[in-house]
Design a protein around this ligand. Structure first.
Ligand SMILES: Nc1nc2c(ncn2[C@@H]2O[C@H](COP(=O)(O)OP(=O)(O)OP(=O)(O)O)[C@@H](O)[C@H]2O)c(=O)[nH]1
Length: 487
């Protein structure tokens, strides 16, 4: 190879006249003293100079190498001469064509030590840099071939790889016995692990599911690829989602694809959400052959969704169901009451003269009282009863399975006492009482809206009768605002 034919060193790419005060004859001695192994090649790639560091490191004698093409030297010494020769040739061509130094990949060199130097083999781990030097006619006149010791860097990379393996083993996310992976596979596995995603393949005729290490981790198993029957996968599904998911899978065998979200139970009993997508490959007779799919952990997303859903349906101050959830829950309750011929009571609770508490002690104290009212109401009723805050100082309680008015009177009287006992907030003692209006399902209304409206009417009557009491709605044609006293 002659690098004369390969490239042109353009003006400006390399300084032709080095800024130097050193006499030209001394530059040779300086080259010899540079502590990095260097060769100088002529345009035919013959070695025309070697510095002391090169001779020392390779144990070569100048007469062994000067005047010989560098490829001969490498052929005589390199591990894989053909490969190294090709890499070197490409690097020299690039350096000359682009007029910039070109770094070669790291190589492992073996140099035969001359007999005069004791013989044997010298092992070096080097990366070569080829730097073109412009000649008279703008073409490369020489190439400096520098060898940079890559031993430290390689040792560092090996140490990083070892640490990474150790880390994976410790976190149980890596199979220590796994085959070494190509860099593409590693990237894929890393992205799957970071994205909490895993892939599977189900060989349908053989009834074998191939689990990747990443998907195994999504089901709470050690992060190790394995194979198992379809029934094994099915067992991991949360019992409440199993039938639905299985039905989707069966449909997918015909339709060719499936998308679903479901819960899995890990071996430690914890519950996790997964989303999955899969496609089916069929044979010519449309028999399902393979299902290929991906699962992703969506537990965090589900938690956030639950939180948002909860926030949208609960009163932020007291944590009680808000108007919407109260109506919805009560709507579900009524049909059950109707079926069982049970009564249910709707209690509309409004605090008496609550505004002066805000005005006197401030909103913070008012808020604390409202929170305490919510707590007292909840504690004063059974778990199956419903308590919600409509807004302001208005609450509604729905009490299921009552027998008669007397039953409700006892409950309302109890709530009256509970709410009327003093509230202690930030060292301030506050007193407030409720007015309670009561409607009874089914006699006072057929639906939630009507029942709450009639309870409100009865509450208004309680206010009219001096507050701090409860009143039953007393319905009938033309008497919608009547209420009968049960206090
Ligand atoms: N601290 C606090 N006050 C609220 C909140 N929501 C509404 N209020 C106040 O609650 C008070 C409700 O007053 P009203 O029900 O109209 O009247 P009242 O003073 O209770 O008198 P009566 O109902 O007639 O016995 C108003 O002053 C509202 O500003 C809240 O979230 N926090």
């Amino acid at each position: 190879m002659s690098i004369r034919a390969k490239g042109t060193v353009t003006q400006g790419s390399i300084d032709r006249a080095p800024a130097s005060l050193i006499p030209a004859e001394d530059l040779g001695r300086i080259f010899m003293a540079i502590p990095v192994p260097c060769l100088v090649l002529d345009p035919d790639c013959k070695i025309v100079a070697a510095n002391d560091a090169y001779l020392r490191n390779t144990a070569a004698h100048p007469s062994d190498i000067l005047g010989r093409p560098i490829f001969d030297i490498l052929s005589a010494t390199a591990e894989d001469p053909a490969a190294v020769t090709s890499l070197l040739r490409q690097s020299l061509e690039r350096a000359c064509a682009n007029c910039v130094p070109d770094a070669m990949p790291t190589q492992h060199h073996f140099f035969r030590r001359p007999a005069a130097a004791g013989g044997g083999v010298v092992e070096c781990h080097w990366r070569a840099i080829n730097a073109p030097i412009p000649g008279e006619d703008d073409r490369p006149g020489y190439i400096v071939h520098c060898l940079e010791d890559a031993g430290d860097r390689d040792a560092l990379e090996a140490r990083i790889a070892a640490l990474e393996r150790e880390l994976f083993q410790r976190t149980g996310e890596h199979d220590a016995n796994a085959m070494p992976l190509s860099s593409d596979e590693q990237k894929l596995r890393l992205s799957q692990r970071v994205g909490r995603t895993g892939t599977f393949e189900w060989d349908i005729p053989a009834d074998t599911v191939h689990w990747s290490a990443e998907i195994a981790a999504l089901y709470g198993f050690p992060a190790k690829a394995f194979e198992g029957p379809y029934a094994g996968w099915r067992e991991s599904i949360h019992p409440e989602d199993r039938a639905t998911l299985e039905q989707r899978v069966q449909e997918a065998l015909q339709t060719g694809s499936v998308e679903a979200e479901w819960r899995v139970l890990w071996p430690d009993g914890s519950e996790h959400w997964l989303a999955g997508r899969a496609v089916i490959h069929h044979d010519d007779a449309h028999r399902p052959l393979r299902m290929l799919g991906v699962n992703i952990d969506i537990t965090d997303r589900k938690l956030i969704e639950d939180m948002l859903r909860r926030e949208a349906r609960h009163d932020p101050l007291t944590g009680l169901p808000n108007r919407a959830l109260l109506y919805e829950t009560a709507c579900h309750l009524l049909p059950a009451m109707r079926r069982g011929h049970h009564l249910a009571a709707f209690l509309f609770i409004d605090l008496d003269r609550f505004k002066p508490i805000n005005d006197t002690y401030g909103h913070d104290v008012g808020d604390a009282v409202l929170r305490d009212v919510a707590r007292r109401l909840t504690e004063g009723l059974r778990g199956e009863d419903i308590v919600g805050r409509l807004g302001g100082d208005e609450f509604v309680a729905v009490v299921a399975h009552i027998h008669d008015r007397e039953d409700v009177s006892g409950i309302a009287g109890n709530l009256l006492d509970r709410l009327a006992s003093p509230y202690s907030v930030n060292g301030v003692e506050v007193q407030v009482s409720p007015s309670i209006g009561i409607s009874i399902f089914p006699q006072d209304g057929e639906d939630v809206d009507e029942l709450i409206r009639h309870a409100d009417v009865a509450m208004y009557a309680a206010k009219q009768r001096g507050r701090s009491n409860f009143q039953f709605f007393h319905g009938g044609p033309g008497t919608a605002r009547d209420a009968s006293s049960c206090a």
